[in-house]
Design a protein around this ligand. Sequence first.
Ligand SMILES: [Zn+2]
Length: 188
Amino acid sequence: MWIKRGDMGFRGVTADHLVAVDLEGNRAYGDGPLHTELWLHLSIYATRPDVSAISHSHATRLVAYSAVHPVWPVIDQYTLEMSIGMCWHDRSGLIVTRSLGESLARSLGTGRTCILRSHGVLVADSTIEAAVVGTVELGRSIDIQMAARMLGDVRPMPAEDADPMRERFLARRENRVKNMWGTLTRPS
Ligand SMILES: [Zn+2]
């Protein structure tokens, strides 16, 4: 598994700051301290052969959202997409041991996105591009949830409207990931 070294934030990370570890958490390549939450990643890879990339974030608004009552009303197209394969991991604290990682992997199950209570979020997907785009979309969905809750009582979309929209999203997801990855990586 490749992961950034433990003393770097996301900003400024290059290939020189990556460390490789085996699935027991032993360093195979690279310098610097190992990431504190290795087991968050390793435990999911151990049980999910379909997962090749995991994005995990402690961004301010994502941590804030992870600390509120766990409901996810589907109120628009973005919150609808993120509701597919979503998990709520109800245990707080960093994932610093194998047993904590295994507990998280059980919560995630076959899902894709997870909100970790009073901690942050993760997106587990088949490619780096899909995991990163999924995390950006999850952040956008949380912004929508937060804005809607501030405006008043939230009204979930009726199933007869949400269900066909979900099918369209799933059918076009690969193309959407490609387009959004291009937007995210385009030089400004
Ligand atoms: Zn974390």
